[in-house]
Design a protein around this ligand. Structure first.
Ligand SMILES: [Fe+2]
Length: 153
């Protein structure tokens, strides 16, 4: 078993576990003029994060490793952070742009490790995820850019 690869995959699984719960919170707490749009988008994104977490965990198992599953382990190993404070829609979207960019770079780095280890299946999985997350980061940043300027009081 490639322990280094399993460790790297578990850290990404931890990131997705934190991201999933963060997106759930944003889905519940978002408000304002973009409520319907963002409530739905955050729901779509947490379902996608859950599906990716499942694929990562099953890849870890296929490699003979053990996927983390407790919230304690996820919080200890994740590089993404929880957010119990942001209340404004644009702040949530900006935090997610940062998170998806961070994830994208961790996914590319882990894909390089997989390539170096000759593990093409893991490399392909991670590259596919990275493509998707970079696109999500771009879409969310485009949403931020198209917002009208705040009306002066
Ligand atoms: Fe819901």
């Amino acid at each position: 078993m490639d322990r280094t690869m399993v460790t790297e995959l578990n850290r990404i699984l931890a990131d997705y576990t934190v991201l999933y719960q963060k997106l759930r919170g944003y889905h519940w707490r978002v408000s304002g003029p973009a409520f319907f749009q963002l409530h739905e988008k955050f729901g779509e994104l947490y379902e996608d994060a859950a599906a990716k977490a499942d694929e990562l965990a099953e890849r870890i198992l296929a490699l003979g490793g053990e996927p983390l599953y407790t919230l304690r382990d996820a919080l200890a190993q994740a590089r993404l952070t929880e957010d119990g404070a942001t209340a404004e829609a644009a702040g949530m979207v900006q935090a997610l742009v940062d998170d998806y960019r961070t994830l994208g770079s961790h996914l590319r780095a882990a894909a390089s490790s997989a390539a170096a280890a000759g593990d093409t299946a893991t490399m392909n999985l991670l590259e596919g995820f990275a493509d998707g997350q970079e696109k999500t980061a771009w879409m969310l940043s485009a949403w931020l850019a198209q917002r009208p300027a705040p009306v002066a009081a």
